[in-house]
Design a protein around this ligand. Structure first.
Ligand code: HEC
Ligand code: HEC
Ligand code: HEC
Length: 103
């Protein structure tokens, strides 16, 4: 009985860990992103995130700022992923010490 309780507690912890890990990698797994269509475009993101400038402010301390650079206003899902693995596209050309959560 006691062992079973501990086991199910462990299982709960594991689930919680799996959830938070995938929530970081895939937007769709977090509650505020659950309604996003799989093919979401920037305009879908900006309904809540307001503007590229607003998002850039949140990452203003990052060097370089992934949301403010010579690439302009790229589609959010070039890097963030609704359902798949995120991909920091700047490093297709550069080798910045930056990784997307879950990349
Ligand atoms: C229904 C509203 C809503 C929509 C639509 C939305 N977001 Fe969010 N998002 C939020 C809220 C609320 C937070 C938590 C507060 C914050 O960090 O701004 C958040 C946080 C985030 C985070 C940081 C937390 C994490 O999961 O890593 C990222 C990245 C993100 N959103 C990207 C996106 C992208 C990309 C899109 C479009 C594909 C999008 N969001 C669409 C509401 C939304
Ligand atoms: C060039 C790649 C790239 C693009 C394009 C991009 N982001 Fe990000 N974003 C990042 C990186 C890198 C981080 C920091 C690591 C992480 O959260 O995975 C980040 C973090 C965020 C965060 C969390 C900021 C915080 O720390 O609170 C939000 C919210 C976010 N992005 C939203 C967006 C939205 C909305 C768009 C489109 C308007 C967008 N991003 C476009 C790379 C990108
Ligand atoms: C298709 C290739 C490519 C991609 C993708 C790319 N860059 Fe660049 N980047 C360049 C080139 C080319 C230069 C110019 C190098 C030079 O100054 O000689 C450059 C220069 C830079 C510089 C130096 C700018 C300066 O003023 O000297 C920064 C910072 C930078 N990129 C950030 C980024 C960020 C952040 C991203 C992702 C949002 C990104 N780059 C994506 C090709 C790319």
């Amino acid at each position: 009985m006691k062992v079973k309780t501990i086991l199910s507690f462990a299982a709960t912890l594991l689930c919680a860990a799996a959830f938070s890990m995938s929530a970081q990698a895939q937007l769709k797994n977090s509650p505020m992103h659950a309604q996003l269509p799989d093919n979401a475009q920037t305009k879908d993101c900006l309904m809540c995130h307001q503007s590229y400038a607003a998002v850039a402010q949140k990452t203003a301390k990052m060097e370089p700022n992934p949301h403010s650079n010579h690439r302009g206003e790229q589609n959010c899902t070039n890097c963030h992923s609704v359902k798949g693995k995120p991909h920091f596209e700047c490093n297709d050309c550069h080798s910045f010490n930056i990784k997307m959560k879950g990349e």
